[in-house]
Write a protein that binds this ligand. Structure first.
Ligand code: PLP
Length: 367
């Protein structure tokens, strides 16, 4: 059999819903010499990474770590460790990722009480609170990547009562404030490939002591059992490092470098950079006569949803941008696949030059 030459990979501007282009520091760290996952140098690296994640999460939770898989594994970990047969999970659904939560919670055995919202609108904490008298968990997505909408997680924390609050911060972390402790988040999961500006592959995760004490004793997933993962990072109070699985050392090095980059700039400055870029893009799109999809006042700066104008072939425009500008933007999600575009300005891409480039390219594609 012939071994064909590898295809030359083009350099793309990743302006879709993720992954974004990583911070250069995060990419450079992938080339560091590989070390063993129990090497003292790696253990120090993991400690620094977990501490950096606490800052990004706005938490002092001891159990804050990068799970070795993508954001969806964070979602799995959140549910398999908190619900089992007979437990009630009230889940706010205002987009694709809320829907995925329902599927994951149901597979973990929970009775799912689904609180549906119109796509493009934020979660209504009052409706979530009224959905069931004593749920085991309530859950919502902070930044719905499928619709471009931000929801008020603090409002859910205020009404959660005795329930544990699970929050998806995949698209918000590193791009907008996430204050897990202040908002009452008990279990949070995220991803590296959005505003943290690192390649996909890890799921930053945090769980409060209260949630950990109430965890499912023997979840159906061995890999994501937080009880067993305690010794994997500094999450085990006073504990020795023990082997659970081989840490993805190169990805952790990259995440450490990405977090360092963000904290060197300053979380507030990074948030402001995302806010300004998103505002610039959304203003520019509207000046071009395009209509935004997400409800006004609840729009994510880092992920803009825009309606495809009548008579325009949405896939043809995306192909034009890719072929002529090396620009990737996203199609819509679910039923909006052909009628909405999703444009991300995340991580290093959240800057004025990206806005100018995007608006110019889109003008040409639509001309
Ligand atoms: N939740 C949200 C809000 C997301 O945007 C995504 C990914 O796009 C996920 C969960 C799933 O993460 P992953 O695709 O990294 O598994």
């Amino acid at each position: 059999m012939t071994h064909h030459a590898a295809q030359i990979i083009p350099t793309r501007q990743l302006f879709g819903p993720g992954p974004c282009n990583p911070y250069p520091e995060a990419t450079a760290a992938l080339g560091l010499p590989l070390i063993g996952h129990l090497d003292p140098a790696f253990i120090a690296r993991m400690d620094r990474t977990c501490e950096g994640l606490r800052t990004l999460w706005g938490t002092r939770n001891a159990r804050t770590l990068p799970l070795s898989a993508t954001g969806s594994a964070g979602m799995e970990a959140a549910f398999v460790n908190t619900v089992q047969a007979g437990d009630v999970a009230v889940i706010a659904v205002n987009g694709l990722f809320g829907e995925r939560m329902c599927e994951v919670a149901a597979r973990a055995g929970a009775e799912v009480v689904r609180v549906d919202h119109e796509w493009g609108t934020p979660v209504d904490a009052g409706r979530v609170a009224e959905a069931h008298p004593n749920p085991t968990v309530i859950a919502a997505v902070h930044a719905e990547t499928s619709t471009g909408v931000v929801s008020d997680i603090a409002a859910l924390g205020a009404v959660k009562g005795d329930a544990l609050l699970i929050t998806d911060a995949v698209t918000s972390i590193g791009g907008m404030p996430v204050l897990a402790d202040d908002w009452g988040i008990d279990v949070g999961y995220a991803g590296t490939q959005k505003c943290i500006g690192v390649a996909p592959g890890l799921a930053p995760f945090t769980i409060s002591d209260r949630a950990f004490e109430r965890r499912v004793p023997k979840p159906q997933s061995w890999y994501l059992d937080l009880g067993l993962l305690g010794g994997y990072t500094n999450g085990a109070p006073g504990g020795q490092r023990t082997y659970h699985h081989t840490a993805p050392v190169a990805m952790v090095a990259s995440l450490e470098a990405g977090i360092d980059r963000i904290l060197a700039e300053g979380l507030e400055a990074v948030t402001e950079r995302h806010r300004a870029a998103g505002r610039g893009l959304q203003d520019g799109l509207q000046e071009m006569g395009l209509e935004l999809f997400a409800a006004e006042g609840h729009r994510l700066p880092q992920l803009t949803t825009v309606k495809v104008p009548d008579g325009v072939d949405s896939a043809a425009v995306r192909a034009y941008l890719l072929e002529n500008f090396n620009i990737e933007i996203g199609s819509g999600a679910g039923q909006y696949a052909a009628t909405v575009w999703r444009i991300g300005l995340m991580g290093p891409n959240a800057n004025p030059a990206s806005v100018t480039l995007l608006l110019g390219a889109l003008k040409e594609a639509l001309a």
